[in-house]
Write a protein that binds this ligand. Structure first.
Ligand code: FE
Length: 221
C-alpha cells in the first residue's frame, strides 16, 4: 500500500502527502530563561492586581495589528508640513501623539537624513524597536550579524541590502535602548512635489525608517 492509499483509505496523514516543513512549533521544547522570566513577571503582575490577563491580551493584539504604514504616515506628514517636521525632530513622542499615536512612556528620537548625513537604527543589546510605530521588528533586525556588523561595517551591510550610499555621506548608527527608540526620517524623493499624502506614504517603507534603504519614487526612478 502506498502512502497515498494510506491517506485516502485510513485518513492517516503521512509526510509524503502532507508536504511542508515539519519544524516543531516554537513552544515545543524547554522554556528558555527569558520565557521563564516573562511568565513569572506576568503571573506576579496579575496576582498583585496591577494588570489583568485581558489587558495583556489587548496589548498583544494591538502590537500585532500595527504595521509600518503607521510610521510612513508620520514621515509623509513631516515631508508636507515643515512645522510638524520641526516638532517631530524636537520631540518625536509629542508629535506622534498629535496624530493619535501614543508611544508613551518610551521617548522617540527622530533622526533626519540630509544631503550630508545618513542615519541607521540598531539595538546592539537585543531588539529594541519602535514597535508602536512600525509593528514587530524583522528577523534580521534581531540577528547577531546585523547587530554587530552594522556598527563595524555599515556601508558593507547596506550594500547587502542593495543600498549603495554616496561615499561622501557621513553615516550615523544609533543604538536603541529600553529607554529610547529611534526613527529615521528619510529624505523626500525627487519629483514628488505634486504627490498627495497618500502617494507619499506609499513611498515610505519599513526599511527606509530603519535606515537600511532609501525611499524611491517608482514613477521616476
Ligand atoms: Fe533592545
Amino acid at each position: 500500500m502506498t502512502s497515498e492509499d494510506n491517506y485516502s483509505d485510513n485518513n492517516v496523514v503521512s509526510k509524503q502527502v502532507h508536504k511542508h516543513d515539519h519544524t516543531p512549533p516554537a513552544d515545543q521544547g524547554p522554556v528558555t530563561q527569558v520565557q521563564a522570566i516573562q511568565i513569572a513577571m506576568q503571573e506576579l503582575l496579575i496576582e498583585k492586581g496591577l494588570v489583568c490577563a485581558e489587558e495583556i491580551r489587548e496589548t498583544v493584539e494591538l502590537i500585532d495589528s500595527i504595521t509600518p504604514s503607521r510610521g510612513a504616515e508620520v514621515v509623509a506628514r513631516a515631508w508636507l508640513d515643515p512645522e510638524f517636521k520641526s516638532r517631530l525632530l524636537h520631540n518625536g513622542t509629542a508629535a506622534c501623539l498629535e496624530m493619535g499615536i501614543d508611544l508613551r512612556p518610551t521617548p522617540l528620537v527622530v533622526v533626519e537624513n540630509t544631503s550630508l548625513i545618513h542615519n541607521i537604527v540598531v539595538c546592539t543589546l537585543c531588539s529594541c524597536y519602535p514597535r508602536m510605530l512600525l509593528g514587530l521588528p524583522p528577523d534580521w533586525y534581531k540577528s547577531t550579524a546585523y547587530r554587530s556588523r552594522i556598527i563595524i561595517e555599515p556601508r558593507v551591510v547596506l550594500l547587502e541590502f542593495g543600498t549603495n550610499l554616496n561615499p561622501e555621506l557621513s553615516i550615523r548608527v544609533h543604538d536603541s535602548t529600553a529607554d529610547m527608540r529611534y526613527l529615521v526620517l528619510p529624505q523626500r524623493p525627487n519629483n514628488t512635489e505634486n504627490f498627495s499624502v497618500n502617494q507619499l506614504t506609499e513611498l515610505v517603507t519599513r526599511d527606509c525608517m530603519i535606515g537600511v534603504t532609501l525611499p524611491k519614487n517608482s514613477v521616476t526612478s
